[in-house]
Each structure stands twice: as structure tokens, then as C-alpha cells.
Design a protein around this ligand. Sequence first.
Ligand code: SAH
Length: 462
Amino acid sequence: MLLTITTTHNPATDLGYLLHKNPSRLQTFEQTFGSAHVFYPAVSAEKCTAALLLEVDPIGLVRGKREQRTLEQYVNDRPFVASSFLSVAIGQIFRSAMSGKSESHHELAETEIPLEAKISVLHCRGGEDFLRQLFEPLGYEIEAQNYQLDEQFPEWGASNYFTVTLTATKKLRDLLTHLYVLIPVLDNEKHYFVGDEEVEKLLRRGEGWLAAHPMREIIARRYLKNRHSLAREALSRLMQEEITELADLKSESLEEVLEKTISLNEQRYQAVMTALKSVDAKRIVDVGCGEGKLLRHLLAEKSFTEIVGLDVSHRALEIAAEKLRLERLPDFQRERIKLLHGSLTYRDARLAGYDAACAVEVIEHLDAARLSAFERVLFEFARPKTVVVTTPNSEYNAKFENLPAGKFRHADHRFEWTRIEFQNWANKVSEKFAYSVNFESVGEVDEHLGSPTQMAVFQDKI
Ligand code: SAH
């Protein structure tokens, strides 16, 4: 398993100072899993490459262990793929570089320089799409060369093994940190016990980028080896802001609220994403985008070529821009997304002509009297081919023990509808504006009460 890091920042040989490893000699470090070698296959002022080669010894790993042996412990892909062993090696061998420490080249350590990391090979559970969803939001250009399962049997198809090249202009410490956190996430197999200290590690290494990453939930979950209580803790600390809001609900213990909310929110966005992908939408407008949670998901999906978020709240848009780190997105990502200030109750030419519009948990914030204006603005004037609307199902409120009967889930809600009320509204809208409509449940479905969120997907019939 080989990782190479190349820079063309002149003089490129400074890479040796940043990594604290002398380019003129080979160094070997004994590790618990085998050995790691650092050497420089290319050294010049124009271009310098450092290599970290891991020799994983699968037999050494099981030696002395009491548990029952399986063939897989001896014969496996560990020696060949980048796994959490690579993170361990980066953490030890490039510790100072990853912390951004360099006595002699402090300024360079804080400078973004052209970098290329090549990993041979990565086992991407989740495939190339997942790989892209992890690294693209961080501004990397990705080249992934895939391998067939067996060249002699092409009909077996592609494997999940890739040689991956990541290119970006970044601080070296950021590149190392991203690799350190995300490689085990891709591999999804950890070879050591995951305890509380891993949460601290994730938070420390995730500082400044993980909270805003569209895949932060999956990253935390997989990094913490699907130990849900730990992942929850990490996420809760990452999302202090959101928790403060949730704490206002006071209805259940914070943890329970958080767990449910994360999964319901997440399921809602996933349901919307699935609906958008199934109609092959490319240009999407998220109306009432709020702080941009759906936008974050949309950005991570490369098939969406143009993404627009609209909201009436300036503050929400400011937060969205901050959370999405719009300022820092690379040009090719920055060009895909636009935030607009505007109200859904006034006709707006900027909304016309999109493949799809989403209104996620928005209609219940509109006064009943303004709802008909919203219907015309969206279905008559903007007229996207597809419209996805979600709203709470008020029947399900009976399951929220501490929500008094007749109360809404949120103080700003003007109404909450039963399934029939929502369907009546959606059917009426479809008829009036020549759309067809289908309904879906989002979240756990109660036999009598339905699901916590209800969703309607409208299709233009014209
Ligand atoms: N869709 C987001 C936010 C839902 S909260 C999410 O899923 O997280 C409802 C949002 O609708 C708020 O951000 C609010 O500012 C916005 N909103 C309410 N009335 C609006 C109007 N008339 N025009 C545009 N946005 C509106």
C-alpha cells in the first residue's frame, strides 16, 4: 500500500521540511501492524514527491491472539489497501506535519500549496460516488482508476478497488488530516478498539471542516465504527448550534431528541434526494432553503448541475453561506450554487424554468391566506417539471409524549395537517395547475398514525 504526496510549489524540496523527513534518505518505522517506509522517488526544485509505503503483516497481526482463527485473518486485502493502518502511520510518522508544526518553515506550513496525493489502492465501500461525495466538498479534484474483480472474467464486473489521485491547493496539514479521517471511513473497517478517545480524535481532526461537510453524519458513524452512541456524541458536539435549538423542545432527553431528529431530518433529505434523482432532475431550486441543510446534500451529488437556494430570511441565508463555506469552494463547485433572497409569496422570474423545486418543511410556515399566493408563484409562474413538498403529519404528533394535544411542533408553524388534509390540498393544487401527484411517507410509519413527515411529489403534466 503506497501513498505519495507531490508538490510543485517552488522550491518543491521544502516538502521535506514540512514533513520533517529528509529527502536524501530512506527511513523505516516499525509499526504494530508491520513496517512503514518513507522515501522520496522524485526530488527537484520544480517537483518533489514523498512516498509512504506500508508493509502490513497480516500474519503478525493475528499472532498471539486467542480468538478463533479464520482463513480471512491470514488471507485478506489488508497488505494492499489503504485502511486505518494508513491513518495510524500518518498520525505517527507525519504527526508534526499534520499539526501544522514546522519550526524552520512555519509560514509555508500555513500556506496553501499545490498538492497531489495518490493512493494505491483504496477500497471504497460505497464505490466511486461515495469517494467523490467525501472529497469533492473539500475542494479536491479526483481521479479514480477502477480495477476489475478479475481481468480474466470481465463479466464479473468492477471491484471497489481504486487507485485514487486527489489534487488541490491546500495546506499540507489539511491534506493529511482529510486523509487521516476519511480513509478509514472509505474502508469502513477499523482494526483497533474504538473508544471514547476516538470521539476526541475525530473532533480534533475534524475541526474547521467536518461540521460543514455534507456527509458529516456518515463520516462520524463510520469513523466511530458504527458505535452509535459515540457517533451521536460526536455529532452533537459538532452541531452545538442545532442542539441549542433542539433543547428548546425540552420534551425528551436531549440525546433522544437528537437521535430522532438527526435520523428524521436525514431521512427527509434522503427521500427528497431520491425523488429528485428518480426524475433525473439536474437544475434544482430549494425554496425556503433555510440554513441550507438540503443544499449541502444537493451539492454533494454531482448529477445536480445547478442549485439555487431561496429564502425570505437574510440571516438564514448568511448562515447557509457560512455553513456551506461558499467563499472557500473551488470555482467549479462555487459556480453550481446560488443563494437568492426572496419571498415565495411574490412572483419571481428568477425561479422560472428549473427541473425541480423542493419546499422542505416550508408550507406550514406560511399563513393560510398566503398559501394560495405560494401555489401560484410556484406551480403557475415558476412551473418546475417536478415539485417536492414535505410537511409534518399532525396525526403523528400523538406519539410525541410531551407535546400537548393541539400544539404544533414548532412555534412558527401556522398549521399542521393530517394526511387527508395534505392530500386534499395537494390534489386540489395538481388539478388546478395541471400536475399529477404521488404521496410518500418519510420516517417510521405507525400503523394508525402514519409517518412523522409526509411528502408529495408533483409532476408537470403539460
Ligand atoms: N427547508 C429548510 C428550512 C425549513 S424552515 C430545511 O429543511 O431545513 C422554513 C423556512 O422557510 C425558513 O427558513 C423560512 O425563513 C422560510 N420561509 C418562510 N416563509 C417564507 C417565504 N414567504 N418565502 C421564502 N421563504 C420563507
